[in-house]
Design a protein around this ligand. Structure first.
Ligand SMILES: Nc1nc2c(ncn2[C@@H]2O[C@H](COP(=O)(O)OP(=O)(O)OP(=O)(O)O)[C@@H](O)[C@H]2O)c(=O)[nH]1
Length: 458
């Protein structure tokens, strides 16, 4: 094929719009892509003035550019937005290249135009998806998955969008957006009755616009049950493991099959959902760790009871707020002759006795009362919203519970610990040290009485 013929063929096949305009501003050449874009037949363009082909408003803009190239003899590149009468908007990358004669006079220009609408649309989509997930100043929020689904349902013109987990073969709809189907988050379905099983089988994005004609879908239980004709779904993968599927479906066939752009959009959405879920998992791990650390910081490691910090904080808050207008009782408890238990049987046995005694005390309290290990063999009990009469009965139960505790050693020896208790009721303007001091003074008296008894501060 001669070169001229070949280049002509290539020009006709190019998706890029190419035209040549002479100095009288007439079309001398326009390739197929150019004619198609302006919806004109080639015969209706060639030899016609540009001014007669384009509408007035558009030509007015183009003319300025043309004049510039003809005057300067230099290339002019720019981006242009064209809005058609039907509202369709196109983004064009335009390049005007002058044709110069031997005297460097511009005798025409080549218009080389790229339709970048799809590119701009995808940039726009990326921005929208990014904005939904990373709203400025907002933490990544699982609610943004609802927003993403809603956007997807509208954009794809489908009936339903879901983000579902598939954990141990159980399919659970975690997020759902639909105005047309009766489904809500938390719904569990057999996996083989959802198109997700197709996504899982293929392990990549799948889509169909005619499920009834698609081998992968037509015999599927989901098609037989719900008759969904259009579907697009992509796996959600977290840390290399498939977590679930993001899917969109429509009962009827869509006007057109899913476009490349729509497929890419669903892929991007899948990635966005992965980000949100992964972030959420990291955050709940951190929160769990924080809770665990708080628990450790406030727990006595030997007995599992609240420790001194937790107890004093609780008492302080209680006195400052809810115990203020109602009486509470604080009791300080100390094991009797504990040194001799340690000295006789060793520290480990002493620990065993402390644990058994702590359990006995804890078990004999009401739900509202709290026992705290203040340190060593000293404990405190806070009994809120109570008076001396009621608290006396409870503390007597505590004392007896310890007295009845039996720690039997491997040697056959038996230890029966006892405790002394000093107690006091709260007074107006009490703070932690004043109330604790009174209870401690009462304990001192109990130790100097018979031990294994309760003494109240007056
Ligand atoms: N096994 C064990 N012993 C502890 C712990 N904390 C404190 N002790 C011991 O508890 C004993 C307390 O002794 P003392 O304060 O003399 O009082 P006591 O022997 O109980 O005598 P009274 O309180 O007067 O009845 C000391 O020997 C401490 O070492 C602990 O966590 N484990």
């Amino acid at each position: 094929m001669p070169e001229r013929q070949l280049s002509n063929k290539i020009l006709e096949k190019l998706p890029t719009m190419v035209a040549f305009i002479d100095e009288k501003r007439r079309y001398r050449y326009a390739n197929k892509a150019y004619c198609q874009f302006f919806n004109l037949k080639k015969a209706d363009m060639l030899e016609r003035f540009v001014a007669d082909v384009l509408d007035d408003e558009f030509y007015a803009r183009v003319k300025v550019r043309h004049d510039k190239v003809f005057k300067s003899g230099k290339v002019n590149s720019f981006s242009e937005t064209v809005t058609f009468r039907d509202g369709r908007k196109c983004f064009l990358d335009v390049r005007y290249i002058p044709e110069l004669d031997e005297n460097n006079k511009t005798v025409g220009l080549y218009a080389i135009i790229e339709d970048v609408t799809e590119y701009y649309a995808s940039v726009d989509l990326m921005r929208t998806i990014h904005d939904i997930i990373h709203k400025r100043g907002r933490r990544i929020d699982p609610a943004s998955i609802d927003e993403l689904l809603k956007f997807g349902v509208d954009y794809l013109d489908v009936d339903i969008g879901t983000a579902s987990s598939i954990i141990d073969g159980v399919y659970t709809i975690e997020w759902v957006q639909t105005a047309k189907l009766d489904l809500e988050a938390g719904t569990q379905l057999p996996l083989d009755t959802t198109y997700c099983s197709v996504v899982l089988a293929e392990n990549e994005l799948v889509h169909t616009n005619e499920a009834d004609k698609d081998e992968r879908f037509k015999d599927h239980k989901s098609f037989q049950t719900y008759g969904l004709q259009s579907y697009i779904g992509t796996p959600i993968v977290i840390n290399d493991v498939v977590w679930g599927v993001l899917g969109f479906a429509k009962k009827t066939t869509r006007l057109e099959a899913f476009s490349e752009l729509e497929i890419e959009m669903v892929r991007m959405m899948g990635t966005a959902v992965e980000t949100v879920i992964a972030e959420q998992a990291v955050r709940s791990d951190l929160m769990r760790q924080r809770d665990d650390m708080a628990l450790i910081a406030y727990t006595d490691s030997l007995t599992g009871l609240k420790n001194r910090s937790a107890g004093m904080e609780m008492l302080e808050q209680g006195l400052a707020t809810h115990y203020k207008d109602s009486c509470c009782v604080v009791a300080v408890i100390d094991f009797d002759h504990f040194k001799s238990i340690n000295d006789t049987y060793g520290h480990d046995v002493g620990d065993q006795v402390l644990i058994a005694g702590a359990n006995a005390m804890n078990d004999s309290l009401r739900g509202s009362d709290t026992v705290i290990r203040v340190g060593g063999e000293e404990f405190m009990i806070i009994l809120p919203y109570t008076d001396k009469d009621n608290a006396s009965a409870v503390l007597e139960r505590v004392r007896e519970a310890v007295e009845k505790t039996v720690v039997t050693l491997d040697s056959g020896d038996v230890i029966n610990p006892t405790v002394s208790i000093g107690a006091t009721t709260s007074e107006t303007n009490d703070d932690v040290s004043s109330i604790y001091r009174r209870a401690d003074q009462a304990l001192y008296k109990a130790k100097h009485a018979s031990r294994n008894c309760i003494v109240w501060s007056k």
